[in-house]
Design a binder for this molecule. Sequence first.
Ligand SMILES: [Zn+2]
Length: 506
Amino acid sequence: MATAAITSFLLAFAAAVGGDPTAPSHGIRPDTLLLRDVMVVRGNGTPPFGPTDVLLRGNQIESVGKFAGKEAPAAEIDGSGKYLLPGFFNLHGHIQEERAGIAIENEYQFSLWLACGITSVRDVGSPFDRSLELRAQSASGAIAAPRFWIYPFLNNGKPEALRQQVRELKQKGADGLKLFSMDRDALDAVVGEAKALGLPTTIHMGVEETTVLDCCRLGMTSIEHWYGVPDAALVGLQRFPPDFSHSNEIDRFRWAGRLWREADATRLETVLRAMVDAKLAWDPTLAIYEASRDLTRAQNQPWFRDHLHPGLAKFFEPDLASHGSYFIGWTSTDEAYWRENYRIWMAAVKRFADLGGTVTCGEDAGFIYQMYGFGYLRELELHEEAGFTPLEVLKQATVDGARVLGVDASLGRIRAGHLADLVLVNGNPLDNLRLLYPTGADIEVDGRPVHAGGIEWTIKDGIPYHGPTLLERVRAIVAEARRAPKPAAPGTGGAGGTGGGCCAGG
Ligand SMILES: [Zn+2]
């Protein structure tokens, strides 16, 4: 072909395909988006495959497989060397608009969640009306945020009043309920009413009159944290010192670190089997307690330098007025007990999964030195430490989370017809989960350290968000808030706010 002929052929081709496809714009959903030459981790535990192509149309995955369409996509991403995963489910989030009296911008929290690959959040206790507003704004694409499922918070109380509260919350639009520390008659009433209304229930099961066996008996959906599991396997009651006070968080968390060692191994096996039989899922939130076993690590996370909001920084300072900031006189002995606590706890989570139980991933960030998103990625690492392979961890973070929320028919997997919630990683997270951190990780190339990794794009409902752009925005918000912190708006504390005591509490 002569040069002129080639040129005219190319021009004709370009006209036919509507011009060169370009990279997508941050925050704008293209009509069609082609992810070319990606390795795919579907999310359901099946082996990774590819390189192949994934075509999105609007907010849906249209096809998975080599793209041979005549129509050029409106936007295209070269995915060579990259891994595509379903968007992550954070089953224990709190929308927080203040910490320690300082306002937290929604954009700060939501950008961090998206930058860390989180496209779905189960909100388990935040100011309810405000959460409903944000859920609607996210669903319509008005704000850059994950999808939200709102589980308002219910505390102990009189059974009839609680039943009424459950009906009102359902009527106002609750997706489920988050329960906390209940006596048996209260728990029976709440769960009975919730089941009659078709509302799923999860619980922060502390050391209470009730244990996880009550959750099994009542057919609840899931449990948060862990206390109610070893508590159900004790012979008698936990052995506290005579001057112990549950109201004092130093006492409470110190002695929580000695709870798993008191569980009877035979009874524990029975409890885990009962949980599996009752189809009660477990959201262990391993990361939120990590400061208890390694305070120095928790206080010196490298991303704090440029990304820690001054509201969080102030909230994390040891101070009994802030829930979870109990590190006053924390000793090497406390850490040694907590390390043993983790060993038994992790073995129990693994055993539960081996018996057929569903394990999910949740962060509970905004407390105890955990930042939004980063705490979630640390959770994934700790699931690996508990004995799961990265492929299993990614299943817990995606398919299993979607199943517990009851949305696995349309979310949680990379499959044609599913909603387009996806994460594109620079590198292979099955080789190193740390590649998921938006600040990247050091990898070895020819014997030398090279900084790599990071999530390049998080796609939620077909809208692509560029990871580095999100993180740049987070740094700008932090710099401004450090220069001139804004006081929290009245009423933004709510459940899970300062001293709220709803979370991670022993
Ligand atoms: Zn919580």
